[in-house]
Design a protein. Structure first.
Length: 346
């Protein structure tokens, strides 16, 4: 009887040891999977809205983000990663499966440094933005053409482009088109601080009118921002005197042909509210998306007596300025001769 009891105890001890041994091996295997470094290089993973777990796995496979997909799957299962949060996630080389799953579960995104400048039209703008965040260009354009929506923001279809201040902004990749636009409205309101508003008031211009004039100044002087305040002074002087602005870039905008290098007399006959040779005052909206330096050039315009300007005949990008039509005519003929010499006819 004692022998049988000893045998049972012995067998029980062996079984216990085996259980502990295999349990330890399994636990060690699980531990290895969870804390295994599994990112082979610094990378970003984009998870579109409404994605499911299988789509996340598919992205991980196709982007070669992981060294071992199976250990990730095991870890994700153990940590019950099943609620998918869309966004842009940054993974650093050497991150473990535990860190990866924690980031994805928490929705701890890395924001995009969204940048835009040198924009002419809403379509151009939407195209540039859609390359940096999730919404496509069509959804952005649709909203910016929705009069009810943009009216609620205080703009119309002509001046809505002035709401966007070219700069670099931190924003989440999966931000919707609507939330992106509303965020830009907040940035617009932040940009127009009391100091800038006061300067606009001193010019007797609304904030939108400042942006419209800034867009003309920017189009006139693209190469040398240091001359923009002087160019702005010319247009301020003309506005004060009730003169036509007679800005060539407004004709180019009215024509819709942005490849034009030379404005002809026939272009001055285009019947458009953007034709400042035909219609007095400012056009109904900006002819591009003016950047901060152009807006500030208007607000801090150079005080002088010039009412004419013409591109220099040396094609340096700078201008000759005049206080009278006779001198302006001399400069204009020099520039036209330079264009003829280079055979620039349109």
């Amino acid at each position: 009887m004692n022998f049988l009891r000893k045998k049972i105890i012995y067998i029980t001890l062996i079984i216990t040891i085996l259980i502990l041994l295999f349990g330890g091996i399994y636990a060690y295997s699980v531990y290895k999977d969870i804390f295994k470094p599994n990112i082979n290089k610094d990378t970003f993973l984009l998870i579109p809205s409404n994605s499911d777990y299988l789509q996340v796995l598919d992205s991980l496979k196709h982007t070669n983000t992981l060294e071992d997909i199976n250990s990730f799957i095991k870890t994700a299962k153990l940590k019950k990663y099943n609620k998918i949060r869309s966004g842009r996630y940054e993974f650093k080389k050497g991150m473990t499966n535990n860190e990866i799953v924690n980031i994805l579960r928490s929705g701890r995104q890395t924001p995009v440094k969204l940048t835009f400048n040198n924009i002419r039209t809403i379509n151009d703008f939407a195209g540039k933005i859609s390359k940096q965040i999730e919404p496509d260009s069509a959804s952005i354009v649709k909203l910016l053409n929705n009069e009810n929506f943009i009216n609620q923001l205080g703009f119309n279809k002509h001046d809505i482009i002035s709401m966007f201040i070219p700069n670099t902004y931190e924003i989440y990749w999966n931000t919707s088109a609507e939330n992106f636009i509303k965020r830009m409205k907040k940035e617009y309101d932040r940009f127009w601080n009391d100091n800038r508003k006061e300067k606009a008031e001193q010019l007797n211009l609304t904030l939108k009118e400042v942006s419209i004039l800034a867009s003309i100044v920017q189009a006139e002087q693209q190469a040398h921002p240091d001359e923009r305040a002087k160019v702005a002074g010319v247009y301020i002087n003309r506005l004060k005197r009730g003169m036509l602005l007679q800005s060539d870039p407004t004709l180019i905008f009215a024509s819709g042909d942005f490849t034009k290098k030379r404005v002809l007399n026939k272009d001055k006959e285009i019947d458009s509210p953007y034709n400042t040779y035909m219609y007095a005052g400012l056009p109904p909206g900006p002819i591009n998306m003016p950047d901060i330096s152009s807006i500030d050039a208007v607000l801090n315009y150079q005080h002088h007596n010039y009412i004419f300007m013409c591109a220099k005949e040396d094609f340096s990008g700078y201008h000759n300025f005049s206080t009278n039509a006779r001198q302006h005519g001399i400069y204009a003929r020099k520039y036209q001769q330079a264009l003829n010499k280079k055979k620039i006819w349109k």
